[in-house]
Ligand binder design. Structure first.
Ligand code: C5J
Length: 294
């Protein structure tokens, strides 16, 4: 994981930059300090996204949720990595001895398999099992933060609050599954702790489309009672490919010559495609696949 010190030295946008830029969102556009903003990806685990996992044991068809949310999240994750934004992944799950799993949760309902039972991806919703891991498309880099949580909310019984404080985070771009359960619970927890939460509508999914819609409505209702709702396109358009690009270019090399400090070096090849030769200053940007951002 990138330390707070490394993070503050990396090529990310500094506080105060991008002032005046407003992200398209409901109930109204919002101006964010991008240096104080983290991408929070909730529970994109095999247990919720693949057949044989926890989601399916509860009687759900998990494939539509995966089909819906993965691409938008991957696009924003890619851009967040490009720009050095702090990325936090969460995973819902329990210790193998179930000591952090309340009987009221384990014994609830009539699932085909209960938490802790052996399934095709290992024991259901247990840390360390294959099903508990994050899906390959969104797999965390070593430099990113992974929070293991026993509850639906990502702040309950975890170090998330301390971590965000250490990294100076005030705003959260939130996505993941499921909209009405772990995303909503986390957004409500974060809102009470003073974070501005912007939920990416197309980067969230539910097994129940109507709950997804209503879950988003509840967040943005009453003037944004829990937060704001935006989407991946707005974030990518307004933030990463627009002003961020301008900022990345400003004050750096005009000639596409890169040295060890060049902050134009990014992972993505979406941009000019010219090969960069320097060592990226961002902790998460390997040299091998780096191309110029400008
Ligand atoms: C659920 C979650 N739905 N991650 N967990 O039980 O939303």
């Amino acid at each position: 994981m990138t330390s707070p010190e490394e993070f503050s030295r990396s090529g990310r946008v500094r506080h105060g930059e991008l002032k005046g830029h407003k992200l398209a969102a409901e109930p109204e556009p919002i101006e964010l300090d991008w240096a104080a903003t983290a991408l929070l990806i909730i529970d994109m685990q095999r247990d919720f996204m693949e057949p044989g996992g926890f989601g399916e044991t509860l009687g759900n068809d998990v494939s539509p949720a995966r089909a819906r949310a993965v691409k938008p999240i991957a696009a924003v994750l890619d851009a967040a990595r490009d720009t050095g934004m702090l990325v936090v992944h969460t995973r819902e799950g329990h210790l193998p001895d179930l000591s952090d799993a309340p009987p009221a949760k384990v014994e609830r309902g009539a699932p085909s398999l209960r938490i802790g039972d052996p399934g095709p991806m290992g024991r259901i919703l247990i840390r360390g099992e294959a099903g508990h891991d994050i899906i390959p498309e969104l797999y965390p880099l070593d430099s990113e933060i992974v929070i293991d949580k026993p509850g639906k909310g990502a702040f309950y019984a975890t170090e998330l609050g301390d971590v965000l404080q250490r990294y100076g985070i005030e705003n959260l771009l939130v996505c993941g599954v499921t909209t009405e359960v772990c995303v909503n619970t986390t957004v409500r927890e974060a809102n009470d702790r003073g974070y501005r939460c912007v939920v990416l509508a197309d980067g969230c999914a539910s097994y129940f489309p109507e709950f997804h819609e209503m879950g988003l409505k509840m967040i943005k209702a009453q003037g944004g009672i829990f937060g704001w709702v935006s989407d991946s396109a707005a974030v990518l358009q307004g933030t990463f490919t627009g002003d961020f690009k301008t900022l990345a270019v400003a004050g750096h090399h005009d000639e596409h010559e890169h040295d060890g400090d060049c902050r134009q070096v990014r992972l993505s090849s979406r941009h000019c495609g010219r090969r960069a030769t320097g060592t990226p200053s961002s902790a998460s940007a390997p040299t091998s696949s780096s191309t110029c951002w400008c």
